[in-house]
Design a protein around this ligand. Structure first.
Ligand code: HEM
Ligand code: HEM
Length: 225
């Protein structure tokens, strides 16, 4: 059982990671709703998808250049480590992690990969009426058809994973009294010893990540619809 030994708080999630997360939540909800509404919101569906692609690109770069707990090297673990962690978690003696635990880290990678696939397939999809993804014309009919089918399947998978993601966070809150949601809002967690607090984020790294993402998004918006 995790117990809060002291009231001292340490920085875990840097501001870019927090902004990334809550923007992602907003865009995801809008994309699911607008995708399901057919023609009505399809133009905005495209725009939100473009923005999401910039967001995901940002997070990938941030996974290399971001602060301690946002880096892939700090939370991508071997599957065996993840299984050991999961066993401990259900037995009520999960080891504490300040950043993503091994199972959470795996979930993050799965979400990022599937979101990237959802975006890529959206770019080559068509509604068979008026709206073609900007790269629909650049691929063969067969690729566009597979893309369209995947676009439908992967969004369902994503919704399931998001349910699991939120369920895991609720589980941690009640089983381990771990305040994960507030930490994703204000960035801090209680110091329980052995903490690696995040340093201030590098302005240069932030500008590099923002620059690449902005150029990509502007390029997409410049394409004819
Ligand atoms: C209201 C719904 C949601 C809540 C309360 C929530 C909460 C959280 C929390 C607390 C974390 C940090 C977990 C940890 O400490 O290891 C997290 C991480 C994450 N969540 Fe969510 N989440 C929600 C919805 C979503 C959705 C819809 C998506 C994507 C489709 C998503 C994708 C992610 C990703 C990718 C991370 C990793 C953040 C990073 O390292 O950049 N979440 N979420
Ligand atoms: C660059 C981004 C994207 C583009 C250009 C795009 C394009 C499209 C198009 C053309 C359709 C209509 C397909 C049809 O009528 O059969 C569609 C449907 C849909 N999209 Fe997207 N999309 C993008 C990203 C996303 C993302 C990121 C999500 C979810 C996270 C999403 C979720 C959906 C859903 C739920 C539907 C309705 C189900 C379906 O027909 O596939 N889309 N999208």
């Amino acid at each position: 059982m995790i117990q809060v030994a002291t009231r001292r708080m340490i920085n875990v999630w840097d501001l870019p990671t927090r902004i990334f997360h809550w923007t992602l939540v907003g865009l995801f909800v809008f994309l699911i709703i607008s995708g399901d509404m057919g023609e009505e919101l399809i133009e905005w569906h495209f725009y939100a998808g473009y923005l999401l692609s910039g967001l995901i690109l940002f997070r990938i770069i941030w996974g290399v250049m971001g602060s301690e707990h946002s880096r892939f090297t700090s939370f991508v673990r071997h599957p065996k480590t993840t299984i050991t962690y999961l066993k401990g978690m259900f037995n009520g003696n999960a080891e504490h992690h300040y950043g993503h635990n091994p199972a959470g880290g795996m979930m993050v990678i799965a979400l990022l990969v599937l979101l990237a696939l959802q975006i890529a397939t959206g770019l080559v999809s068509t509604d068979d009426v008026i709206w073609d993804g900007p790269f629909y014309g650049a691929v063969s009919d067969q690729v566009a058809e597979i893309g369209g089918e995947l676009h439908e399947t992967v969004q369902g998978l994503l919704q399931l994973l998001v349910l699991l993601h939120v369920a895991a966070i609720i589980f941690h809150r009640f089983k381990y009294n771990d305040p994960l949601v507030p930490a994703m809002i204000h960035g801090k967690k209680p110091d329980m010893g052995g903490a690696v607090s995040t340093r201030n984020v590098s302005v240069v790294h932030t500008l590099i990540a923002l620059g690449f993402s902005a150029v990509w998004v502007l390029y997409l918006f410049s394409l004819p619809l």
